[in-house]
Design a protein around this ligand. Structure first.
Ligand SMILES: *[C@@H]1O[C@H](CO)[C@@H](O)[C@H](O)[C@H]1NC(C)=O
Ligand SMILES: *[C@@H]1O[C@H](CO)[C@@H](O)[C@H](O)[C@H]1NC(C)=O
Ligand SMILES: *[C@@H]1O[C@H](CO)[C@@H](O)[C@H](O)[C@H]1NC(C)=O
Ligand SMILES: *[C@@H]1O[C@H](CO)[C@@H](O)[C@H](O)[C@H]1NC(C)=O
Ligand SMILES: *[C@@H]1O[C@H](CO)[C@@H](O)[C@H](O)[C@H]1NC(C)=O
Ligand SMILES: *[C@@H]1O[C@H](CO)[C@@H](O)[C@H](O)[C@H]1NC(C)=O
Ligand SMILES: *[C@@H]1O[C@H](CO)[C@@H](O)[C@H](O)[C@H]1NC(C)=O
Ligand SMILES: *[C@@H]1O[C@H](CO)[C@@H](O)[C@H](O)[C@H]1NC(C)=O
Ligand SMILES: *[C@@H]1O[C@H](CO)[C@@H](O)[C@H](O)[C@H]1NC(C)=O
Ligand SMILES: *[C@@H]1O[C@H](CO)[C@@H](O)[C@H](O)[C@H]1NC(C)=O
Ligand SMILES: *[C@@H]1O[C@H](CO)[C@@H](O)[C@H](O)[C@H]1NC(C)=O
Length: 559
């Protein structure tokens, strides 16, 4: 009896097995469309840039990874229902304008869906029904304006959603009510006017980016106790409510660059006790006041670049930031000077970047050179006088080191490095445009004033010598040629007419105006040198000038 029943069953399964074998054989090669690359080992199909207008339906139904990017697909129809095992699906850069309803009903294993760079204007509330396993959804660079608050209803596993490059002005409240695992929300490059309150449902969010929107004020910020990274750069924010950031106790990185801040939002930032990285570049801040970053004890990295109106930094600006390690103050074109000992309260600072400011001189007292590892000063209009001798020495030391071309400025060298190849002289005129590293020590060294002093001493001695010579030789000459009048000579002693030689007259000539006039002229040329090469010399005599230079010569404290 048993044999009778097993026999027909066997014969019934044969055609199915044959069919399976055939389809298996076929899917291994023959039915991989010409422009696709199919791999049945890892079950992937890639049909990129294949000018496809529809999703191919003859592929191995077992495939897990399908890449259809950069084609001309405009409608999904129901083609996807064949491929139930998809894990990743890339439909980016196609021509889809309408997703329709329930097109992903069978994709219960799909984890990554990329539909970026299409023309989608609307999502229906059931567009993504079925995507129960989806983790990452990329909808960037479409034309979405609004999202229905049920759009993500079934996406319980969603962790990352990318919505950048759309036209979103508003997110309906409740949108993230069921996406309890959402960790990252990207809303860059949209048209949001405020922080969307719908975000408050995404309580587990780690990363929120709202760059390049139209947000003008941060009045209410949702409580996001897990948020680590927030960027609201490229908006038009003028202020942040003092209490707005209290709900972000875990925030570590904050990007507020390229906004309309005119002041450092000290009081608002003070709530972010765990902040380690802050970017405030590209704002309209004129002044960094004392304790501008109050309470930010964990702050390690701060970017304050492109503050075009910045002219003043208070010496106590960073005193609270005891853990500060890296500071960027580049391209602040109005910064002509910085206070000395600005970083005195930052015992951990290892990297200071002050490129392309308007600094004309920099002193050792500006920087804690004994602890610094990277100092960048290129692009400043530096006056290469002896005030920069310390930097010159530093640059010369670097000459021996191999030039490290690293763009990873977070990496710090083990010994102090400066960007010596970018430091040029904007003055004095003789050194204009020269690299500091190529200037000779005598050109930058104030020892040039020693030359002046030496020549002054030599000149005085020379004059004295002449006068002594005259004193000794003059009477001798007179005795040899007693009849000749002194004034009729070459005029060396133009002391008026003298009929007879008298030793007392010679003495009178020695102290006479013409001689001292000659002396004065020599000195006046030295004074000219002084006014041109140093500030402290213009109204002083040559000896005070020496004193001044000795006083001003920096204590060379380099490592
Ligand atoms: C298919 O994928 C597997 C695993 O990535 C790889 O080892 C194999 O070489 C691939 N086959 C072809 C034909 O590319
Ligand atoms: C499968 O193998 C192909 C060919 O080797 C490769 O290009 C593709 O990246 C692999 N896909 C996955 C998901 O491993
Ligand atoms: C994209 O689709 C629209 C219709 O939805 C069509 O008019 C247009 O020509 C398509 N563009 C391309 C590049 O295929
Ligand atoms: C989606 O595709 C676009 C274009 O190919 C790509 O730039 C983007 O990185 C992809 N998104 C994800 C999440 O992989
Ligand atoms: C969706 O929005 C409507 C109003 O537009 C509201 O009545 C409904 O409660 C919201 N749904 C959820 C899940 O929040
Ligand atoms: C954040 O939480 C605090 C209490 O923990 C509450 O007082 C406040 O209203 C909340 N803010 C928002 C915007 O929900
Ligand atoms: C700041 O936020 C608090 C609480 O949300 C609110 O009471 C206060 O009016 C806001 N301040 C300003 C200046 O908008
Ligand atoms: C702040 O950071 C420390 C170390 O990263 C962490 O242990 C602590 O939990 C954080 N505090 C909050 C409120 O998240
Ligand atoms: C922000 O600054 C830009 C550039 O100065 C200016 O054009 C714009 O009007 C400002 N917007 C606001 C809201 O202050
Ligand atoms: C560093 O960046 C500059 C421009 O941003 C680039 O030209 C240079 O090649 C980069 N250097 C290295 C070593 O990556
Ligand atoms: C060097 O030039 C700077 C900037 O012009 C000036 O402040 C400084 O006093 C000069 N130093 C000396 C010793 O003349």
């Amino acid at each position: 009896m048993g044999g009778e029943t097993t026999q027909p069953m066997f014969w019934r399964t044969v055609p199915i097995l044959l069919l399976l074998a055939m389809t298996g054989f076929i899917s291994e090669g023959a039915l991989c469309p010409g422009k696709c690359r199919c791999n049945d080992t890892n079950l992937s199909v890639a049909c990129t840039s294949a000018a496809l207008e529809v999703i191919p339906h003859q592929l191995n139904p077992e495939i897990r990874h399908m890449d259809l990017s950069n084609n001309k697909i405009s409608n999904l129809y129901y083609a996807l229902s064949i491929y139930e095992n998809l894990i990743t699906l890339d439909l980016s850069t196609n021509n889809i304008s309408f997703l329709g309803s329930d097109k992903f009903q069978s994709q219960r294993s799909l984890q990554v869906l990329n539909i970026s760079y299409n023309n989608i204007e609307k999502l229906k509330k059931d567009s993504f029904n079925g995507l129960k396993a989806i983790v990452k959804l990329d909808l960037s660079y479409n034309r979405l304006e609004r999202l229905h608050n049920l759009t993500f209803l079934e996406l319980h596993s969603l962790q990352i959603i990318i919505l950048s490059g759309n036209r979103i002005t508003h997110l309906e409240s409740g949108l993230f009510k069921t996406t309890k695992h959402l960790k990252e929300l990207v809303l860059d490059d949209n048209q949001l006017l405020e922080i969307p309150s719908a975000v408050s449902d995404a309580v587990g969010l780690h990363r929120l980016t709202l760059s390049q929107n139209l947000i003008y004020s941060v009045n209410i910020m949702p409580n996001l106790s897990e948020l680590r990274f927030l960027s609201i750069d490229g908006n038009v924010i003028r202020d942040i409510n003092h209490t707005a950031l209290t709900g972000l106790p875990s925030l570590e990185r904050l990007d507020l660059s390229d906004n309309n801040f005119t002041n450092i939002p000290t009081a608002s930032l003070a709530k972010l006790s765990n902040l380690t990285w802050l970017k405030l570049s590209g704002n309209f801040v004129e002044n960094i006041p004392p304790v501008a970053f109050r309470g930010l004890f964990q702050l390690k990295y701060i970017h304050l670049d492109h503050l075009d109106l910045l002219t003043r930094i208070d010496v106590r600006a960073f005193v609270d930031n005891i853990n500060l390690q890296h500071i960027w103050l580049n391209d602040n074109i109005g910064m002509q000077s910085i206070p000395t000992r600005l970083f005195h309260g930052n015992p951990k600072i290892v990297h200071i970047s002050m490129k392309n400011n308007a600094l004309t001189t920099i002193e050792t007292t500006h920087f804690p050179l004994d602890q610094l590892r990277l100092l960048q000063l290129g692009g400043n209009p530096l006056e290469c006088n002896c005030s920069l001798l310390w930097l010159w020495h530093l640059a010369q030391d670097q000459k021996k080191l191999p030039i490290i071309q690293s763009n990873h400025t977070y990496e710090i060298p083990s010994e102090l490095q400066i960007d010596s190849r970018d430091i040029n002289c904007a003055g004095p005129a003789t050194l204009l445009g020269k690299q500091l590293i190529d200037v000779t020590e005598s050109e930058i060294n104030c020892s040039f004033s020693w030359v002046v002093i030496t020549s002054a001493v030599i000149s005085v001695l020379f004059v004295l010598l002449i006068l002594t010579g005259l004193m000794l030789w003059g009477p001798l000459k007179k005795t040899i040629l007693p009849g000749k009048d002194l004034s009729q000579g070459n005029g060396t002693l133009s002391c008026g007419k003298a009929e007879t030689f008298e030793p007392s007259r010679i003495e009178k000539c020695i102290v006479s105006p013409p001689v001292s006039h000659h002396d004065y002229r020599t000195l006046s040329s030295w004074e000219h040198y002084g006014t041109e090469y140093g500030n402290c010399v213009s109204n002083m005599n040559i000896y005070e000038q020496l004193d001044c230079h000795l006083k001003d010569r920096p204590h060379i404290v380099y490592v």
